[in-house]
Write a protein that binds this ligand. Structure first.
Ligand SMILES: [Mg+2]
Length: 230
């Protein structure tokens, strides 16, 4: 079983919240204003669905000129903060039910240094057999590139036809995996970045679930692994 990380195993908004707190602290020091109020200004935009220009908008709302150096500093504070993350409850239950009975690997996109901090915050390095950060192969090999999937399968000594990929993002999690012959399962959670996204034709997962608690039974019914046959 190959797992995605963000919004599959833990709520990514927890990471975002910590990142905006760190950025708000930087801004508070610069402006001599309340860090809590600045955080609310940033968080409100995130909650409203704003992505990619939250810091620019915040400076505008504060009647400050656009300041590229300051924005770089805020982005750095967001990305480099030490996250405090907790698993979704169903993910916490799933992990020990899978490994070591089955192989269990993690494949995650995003800046490798940021993703490594998330893995460390969750202690995931001790709870899966192998981890691949697609960013280690370059931005062009983020999902759905086949390279990180193949590298993880190689590390786990598993043939693609004997593997399942579990993720939450129909824009990229399933199309590459399916092309390689993996089975795919979408975990669809409310209040997550991609929970409401309807897949384009060809981007669907083979199967969809609303809780990871459904996976052990699904796995038993769909087992294709020679490794655990007999
Ligand atoms: Mg994800």
């Amino acid at each position: 079983m190959l797992l995605d990380l963000d919004d599959t195993l833990y709520p990514e908004r927890e990471f975002a919240r910590g990142g905006f707190r760190a950025a708000a602290a930087v801004l508070a020091e610069r402006l001599h204003q309340s860090s809590a109020e600045l955080f609310e200004l940033l968080w409100k935009q995130f909650e409203n669905g704003m992505r990619g220009s939250i810091f620019d908008n915040a400076l505008a709302e504060l009647d400050l000129p656009r300041d590229a150096a300051l924005i770089d500093e805020l982005v750095r504070a967001y990305r480099t903060h030490e996250p405090q993350l907790t698993f979704f409850a169903d993910a916490e239950r799933l992990l020990p039910m899978i490994w070591p009975r089955y192989g269990l690997g993690l494949l995650t996109d995003g800046s490798a240094d940021v993703q490594r901090r998330k893995v460390k915050a969750l202690g995931l390095q001790f709870r899966v057999e192998a981890i691949v950060y697609s960013d280690d192969f370059g931005r062009e090999h983020w999902k759905p590139s086949p390279i990180p999937y193949l590298e993880l399968l190689r590390k786990m000594h598993v043939d693609p036809s004997h593997a399942v990929y579990v993720g939450d993002n129909p824009k990229k999690d399933f199309i590459g995996a399916r092309r390689l012959g993996l089975q795919t399962v979408r975990i669809r959670r409310p209040n997550t970045e991609h929970g409401h996204v309807e897949p384009s034709p060809g981007f669907e997962a083979d199967h969809e679930i609303v809780t990871l608690d459904a996976l052990p039974d699904w796995l038993a019914a769909n087992e294709r692994s020679e490794r655990h046959a007999a």
